[in-house]
Design a protein around this ligand. Structure first.
Ligand code: FEO
Length: 402
């Protein structure tokens, strides 16, 4: 896709990647992604904000054809999908100075081997006048790595936020009106990379609260023309209060745990609790991560394999522990053949979560009536705990349609 003007003097010069299906050899990208770079031309100076993934360098080169001078290259984030083409830009534009946050300087040198002499760390709040275009640098750590920063273009009231507010979505449309159009993609992105740093992200949000914003231009996915909509979504996602939701990653081998999960789902729904089950044999871990954003309770359903949980259930436990969601309660349900310590193993696998563990329901063989009753008691317990917190329903996972 060719360079596109955003406002006079500011252009998108990035790359759409419609075909990419995996990020970090881990994260599914069902909708592809984009690497957004922006060119800001003042009367006297020109700045390029971020670059693109090295796999898309040809597209950046094409979009910079005819641009004879770049005075500043701003690196918001050292991860290679934005910084990976910095070496080419520095070679193509020998006059360019690389600007970044103080913590980013060493990371850019380490990861990209850029000459230290070409890099200048800017201060938090520092401004840079390009001539009718003024860039204000704002340190916004942990959206996604510790060195991340954002840039506010004062005259046009645009926040360039890099990963923050981004979405993995390749599209020929670079603008959207509001987050409703990309709600699922934006939430997936927050869940996968920013949820563990939820409280710091909230502090970052306080830093941008005073800004008068006409647009938010992230480095993945479309540009928001209604910035307040995505800020509101982030306020909900980063808030300490979860929603009236049980997330239930489960797996079964011979049907016993599957029967228990089925009964538990019905019992929870009967008690007014929303449930999102994920069969870990086939689950998209990105969708599981999205559900964890809202969950008040996580219940793991697993049969016993060599005394412990099934490896597919361990994947869910590892993910939940790494993403550190705001869940308040957790439990385990499942079956065993002759001996089991799987409930203890699941609990031990969640040290990062600040949860109250509710009594697990573990049965020998196929669940009998007393086991189903125990599952109903667990559902009673969950419903009572959720009611005690006054939780509201999660927002539906809207997608597309704008
Ligand atoms: Fe899009 Fe953390 O890089």
């Amino acid at each position: 896709m060719k360079s596109r003007q955003i406002v006079p003097g500011v252009s998108w010069v990035g790359a759409e990647d419609f075909d990419r299906r995996l990020f970090d050899s881990l994260i599914p990208l069902p909708d592809g992604t984009s690497y957004n770079a922006y060119l800001v031309r003042g009367r006297e100076k020109t700045a390029l904000l971020d670059t693109v993934d090295p796999s898309a360098l040809d597209k950046l080169k094409a979009n910079l054809e005819g641009v004879e001078r770049v005075d500043y290259l701003v690196a918001h984030h050292a991860e290679q999908d934005h910084s990976g083409s910095i070496p080419w830009v520095l070679e193509r534009y020998p006059e360019a100075q690389l600007l970044c946050s103080a913590p980013a300087k060493a990371m850019l040198v380490d990861h990209l081997l850029v000459p230290e002499a070409r890099v200048r760390a800017v201060a938090d709040g520092e401004t840079l006048a390009l001539g009718g275009k003024t860039l204000r640098f704002i340190y916004t750590p942990w959206v996604h790595w510790p060195e991340t920063m954002s840039t506010y273009l004062e005259e046009d009231r645009i926040l360039f936020s890099c990963d923050w507010f981004g979405s993995h979505l390749a599209s020929s449309e670079i603008f959207i009106e509001a987050v409703d159009c990309v709600f699922a993609e934006a939430k997936r992105y927050y869940a996968e990379i920013m949820m563990p740093f939820r409280r710091i992200v909230r502090q970052d949000m306080e830093k941008i609260r005073p800004l008068d914003l006409a647009m938010i231009a992230p480095s993945h996915g479309p540009i928001y023309r209604d910035p307040a909509s995505v800020i509101r979504a982030y306020q909900d996602w980063t808030d300490d209060m979860p929603h009236n939701l049980v997330v239930l990653p489960w797996v079964t081998m011979h049907g016993s745990t599957g029967r228990m999960v089925e009964h538990l789902i019905s019992a929870l729904v009967d008690r007014g609790v929303t449930v999102q089950p994920f069969n870990m044999a086939t689950a998209d871990i990105g969708q599981l991560a999205m559900a964890l954003v809202d969950a008040a309770t996580i219940i793991v359903g697993t049969p016993t394999v060599h005394v412990g949980p099934h490896p597919a259930a361990v994947t869910a436990v590892t993910l939940a522990n790494a993403l550190r969601p705001k869940a308040r309660f957790a439990s385990v349900v499942g079956s065993f053949g002759w001996a089991s310590k799987m409930a203890e193993s699941v609990k031990a696998g969640l040290p990062n979560l600040k949860v109250e563990f509710l009594d697990p329901v573990v049965c020998k063989g196929y669940p009998r009536e007393m086991d189903l009753k125990a599952l109903e008691r667990l559902a009673d317990d969950v419903a009572l705990k959720h009611a005690g917190l006054g939780l509201t329903s999660p927002q539906p996972g809207r997608r597309g349609g704008c």
